[in-house]
Write a protein that binds this ligand. Structure first.
Ligand code: TRP
Length: 455
């Protein structure tokens, strides 16, 4: 059978919609605000911004380059450069670029499921007239319910498979063309409302006036992990999206665009949440529950209009999640359908079945399997549930390791003539800065982070 044809984005703009869609997700709207709040506000934001510029943008360019230059899905892309003595290592990195997104997807689709549950719940008024403490117990109830968790996870995997099965142009592009503008409009409405009615001044000071004494090694690690996850780095997502780029599009411009938009949305999410959280005097450093426990209380206190904003907010989260889950499924599906003997739709369904099976165990680690610690005998995995192990391996260990190895690959193994041509910057100052960052700064920086997180 002939391998499936390699498609291309209709334009640089549709690539941007899709890549920003991949980057903008639960990481920006759910995780970023609570991590900022837990890590001292402005100090965290400042370090985060520095890491996006120094490590994030050079790595985005590197991953886009590998994809575009090879015109192949991640594993085949890494194999296609060839000729290196370390080729076995690069092949392994290719595998890792396929498997990390699958690992992330198993827990990401469970959390995406929560957002669907909350969007519906807000719509039908489940969160109206909340008694004291009811919001926290409703969130606990969701986590304690295997049926609910598995139902919503199944739906989010189903939606993702349905989109990816249709292919690049009729699946992914059509989806991001609708969801990304919708996401943007909802976000602007929420930010305007929160800034006008809430405590904008305090939120601004909280996010942009750093208290330098709060900068610690742990804060730097948290910021780096958040930046990697938020920019979809160290996994096949950006690489496979890069492989659908045509030659006429500027990789540096696209990378800067993605980083800029992703960071902008994370900051805007802060301005949609903190002003109302401050104005209503609820705890802003409540951790992962900030969005799922604290916000429903605030929406409830707002009265009638709160329900509308509640629905909008959780729709925003759900849209952001879906444009990310499709980018997490795409690398493996593209690899299986372009390089293997599977039709795309079949590959998507098979991947979905594997994800669902593992996802069930992940969902159940919130309740029935809460006390199962699969690798608990190893110090590194002590106390981690099934979910915890998968998340740690995919979103910490291998995501960082991938970024580290790919910067070495691009900086030291790929021919300079290839990188020069792909970047399209000529042998300019900008190219030299990028090359310097990729050769030295990124590997050393990520190596340091990796050492601290994992070893
Ligand atoms: N960046 C997305 C977010 O912030 C999640 C995501 C999509 C991702 N693709 C990825 C994370 C690849 C890591 C790797 O929610």
């Amino acid at each position: 059978m002939q391998a499936a044809k390699h498609e291309h984005w209709s334009s640089g703009f549709t690539f941007l919609l899709a890549a920003v869609g991949s980057a903008v997700g639960l990481g920006n709207i759910w995780r970023f605000p609570y991590v900022v709040a837990e890590n001292g506000g402005g100090a965290f934001v400042l370090i985060y911004l520095a890491i996006v510029v120094i490590i994030g943008i050079p790595l985005l360019m590197s991953e886009l380059m590998i994809g575009r230059s090879s015109q192949k899905p991640p594993l085949a892309a890494m194999q296609s450069f060839g000729g290196s003595k370390a080729q076995k290592l690069w092949n392994a990195v290719g595998w890792s670029y396929l498997l990390v997104p699958m690992g992330i997807l198993t827990f990401y689709s469970v959390v995406a499921g929560w957002t669907l549950d909350y969007a519906l719940g807000m719509g039908i008024g489940t969160f109206n007239n909340l008694e004291d403490g009811a919001s926290a117990s409703m969130f606990q109830e969701l986590l304690a319910s295997p049926v609910k968790l598995i139902f919503w996870m199944t739906l989010s995997i189903g939606i993702t498979v349905g989109i990816v099965a249709r292919g690049l142009k009729s699946g992914l592009e059509q989806t991001v063309k609708i969801l990304m503008p919708a996401l943007f409009v909802i976000l602007v409405i929420l930010v305007l409302y929160a800034s006008i009615t809430g405590d904008f001044a305090r939120s601004f000071a909280f996010m942009f006036e750093p208290d330098f004494s709060k900068i610690t090694p742990e804060l730097v690690l948290m910021a780096a992990g958040q930046a990697f996850f938020s920019l979809s780095l160290g996994s096949g997502a950006i690489m496979v999206y890069g492989s659908y780029l045509t030659r006429d599009i500027s990789i540096p411009k696209m990378a800067v665009g993605v980083a800029f938009a992703d960071t902008g949305v994370a900051l805007l999410a802060g301005f949609a949440i903190f002003p109302i959280v401050f104005a209503f005097g609820v705890d802003h450093a409540s951790g992962p529950g900030l969005v799922f426990v604290t916000l429903p209380i605030v929406f409830n206190d707002m009265g009638g209009i709160g329900q509308i904003f509640g629905v909008l907010f959780f729709m925003l989260l759900a849209f952001a999640a879906i444009t990310s889950t499709i980018s997490l499924l795409e690398p493996m599906v593209a690899q299986l359908s372009e390089e293997g003997r599977f039709k795309r739709a079949r590959a998507a369904v098979y991947c979905g079945a594997v994800l669902w099976t593992v996802g069930v165990f992940v969902a159940l680690s919130n309740n029935i399997l809460k006390d199962v610690h699969p690798l608990g005998f190893l110090p590194l995995f002590e106390g981690k549930t099934i979910e915890g192990v998968i998340e740690f391996l995919s979103a910490n260990v291998f995501m960082l390791l991938n970024g580290l190895l790919v910067s070495i690959f691009v900086g030291w193994s790929v021919k300079r003539s290839v990188t020069l041509e792909e970047m399209g910057l000529g042998d300019s100052m900008l190219f030299k800065i990028w090359f310097l960052l990729v050769r030295f700064v990124v590997p050393l920086g990520v190596g340091f982070i990796f050492y601290d997180v994992v070893l």
